[in-house]
Design a protein. Structure first.
Length: 157
């Protein structure tokens, strides 16, 4: 009986189902990690698209694009938004770094565009969502060529 293996059938009965138990315990952690990566990557993609849309809206607001055109362009640019984003545009003195007092548009002043919306939450279990999914991005640009002949294009919105 020298060739008999050390593990015989009767020795393995105590380990029946151990692999299934181990898989169940590690799968919960693994799937939470995977779903978290998916949720947060989608949130950060949404944040990046909002930052890009805010920069573009500030550039266009600095040359006098209308509020309706800014809103339409922003709606097309942001990704994974629940509902339509809120876009605000105000003009401030170049010396007002706190953006405390809005002023009428003029050459040399700053335009500040703010985009606010809620990102899509996939409702994955055990995966908390950043700030409830709220996305807020702000961009500032300098007005170089103010055109007083088209005052509606320069209105705050």
């Amino acid at each position: 009986m020298l060739g008999r293996p050390a593990t015989c059938r009767s020795d393995r009965f105590g380990e029946r189902g151990a692999a299934a138990i181990e898989f169940a315990l590690t799968a919960v952690i693994f799937l939470t990690l995977i779903f978290g990566i998916i949720q947060y990557s989608m949130y950060f993609w949404s944040t990046q698209s909002a930052a890009s849309a805010a920069r573009e809206a500030a550039r266009r607001g600095a040359v006098g694009e209308t509020c309706a055109a800014l809103q339409a362009r922003t709606n097309a640019s942001v990704k994974l938004a629940q509902g339509l984003p809120s876009v605000t545009r105000d003009y401030y003195s170049a010396l007002d770094t706190e953006f405390a007092t809005a002023v009428p548009a003029a050459t040399g002043r700053n335009v500040r565009v703010s985009i606010v919306y809620n990102s899509v939450d996939f409702q994955f279990p055990w995966v908390p969502f950043v700030g409830g999914g709220a996305v807020t991005e702000v961009a500032v640009a300098r007005v170089e060529n103010y055109n007083a002949l088209v005052p509606t294009s320069w209105a705050a919105c």
